[in-house]
Design a protein around this ligand. Structure first.
Ligand code: PMV
Length: 323
């Protein structure tokens, strides 16, 4: 049996502005993962998933305990699972195998942790192993990007890049990817509002606001870009404890863009009151996750404060060069 995984991800700086060619920084989060296994079978290709993934809900598929089974042939062409499998098989010039492809993911969906891109990446990796193909990170990333367009409309490409490369990335849309050195590891608390918020909607609203007042929004995006550049320098120079004020500033600009919400603001306030030196929403916003800069001394208190302020889950992760 073949088994492959892909980590979740979190954006540290620069979300939304990255759609408008400003830089953003994102890192993998290995505490949450998508896992895909492929087992040969006598039947045509069948997908087995848990009900937490969106696809089974759409098909009302056959249930076995909490698992659902769907025949690959029955999936619609615009379904993200169908799309990534089809694209990968086409690139290998092979037909669907007689096998069962099982997907399990611990990454919450529609909450800024890269669930869609991680499931797609794990599928490509598993199919590559099944058909004994050698795919590099760039090839995986570009297959996954095609499917991100179904999920997100006009994605910048940051999710597929950070997840397929599995390393911290400094990302500028349309430019070759840059990984960078994390001179001193640092810790983040990642807290989930529990509100699912499709990125597509927040991105569309920012676009409409930008169309209505380009000058104002270009200035906000410039501010985010400058923050991202300073953050990269601090991370490379081994001064990650100074990132807090940049996070606070970035959160302020995201609020100005209109992509925060009361629940995210409450978590940001709770984290800073409990001793985190900075905090911000992460990803599309309007729900999903926020991040706070913590250290070993204050992470317990920050976690408690976040749970007390309504977080549904708090993950503590350490950012290093190789995750
Ligand atoms: O919500 P997420 O983590 O998938 O991130 C979206 C990031 C945006 O900058 C808002 C959109 C994009 O395509 O980069």
């Amino acid at each position: 049996m073949i088994s492959e995984t892909a980590s979740g991800k979190i954006i540290l700086f620069g979300e939304h502005a990255v759609v408008y060619q400003r830089p953003a920084i994102a890192v993998p989060v290995s505490q949450v993962q998508a896992r895909v296994t492929i087992k040969k079978s006598k039947q045509p290709l069948t997908i087995q998933t848990s009900e937490v993934l969106p696809t089974p809900l759409r098909y009302g598929a056959l249930r076995e305990n909490s698992e659902v089974l769907i025949s690959y042939a029955d999936l619609r062409d615009d379904d993200p699972l169908k799309a990534i499998i089809q694209l990968t098989l086409r690139s290998f010039k092979v037909t669907p195998p007689h096998a069962t492809l099982t997907i399990h993911s611990t990454i919450p969906i529609a909450s800024g942790l890269g669930s869609g891109a991680a499931v797609s990446t794990a599928i490509v990796r598993a199919l590559a192993q099944y058909f004994k193909r050698d795919l590099d990170s760039a090839a995986i990333s570009s297959l996954v990007y095609e499917v991100e367009k179904i999920h997100h409309g006009t994605p910048s490409g940051i999710d597929n890049t950070v997840i397929a490369y599995g390393k911290p990335v400094y990302f500028v849309r349309g430019q070759p990817i840059e990984t960078f050195n994390v001179a001193r590891p640092f810790r983040l608390a990642i807290a989930d509002t529990g509100i699912q918020s499709p990125t597509k909607i927040a991105v569309g609203d920012v676009r409409a606001a930008w169309e209505a007042d380009k000058d104002r929004h270009e200035k906000i995006f410039d501010g985010c870009g400058a923050i991202t550049q300073q953050a990269r320098k601090l991370i490379e120079d081994g001064q990650p404890d100074q990132l807090g004020s940049l996070m606070n500033e970035n959160h302020k600009l995201l609020r100005e863009m209109g992509v925060s919400c009361p629940e995210l603001d409450d978590l940001v306030d709770a984290a800073t009151r409990a001793g985190a030196s900075g905090a911000k929403l992460s990803g599309g916003g309007r729900g999903g996750n926020m991040i706070a800069l913590v250290n070993e001394a204050n992470e317990g208190e920050v976690r408690e404060a976040l749970m007390g302020a309504g977080a549904k889950q708090v993950i503590i992760t350490t950012v290093t060069s190789d995750q």
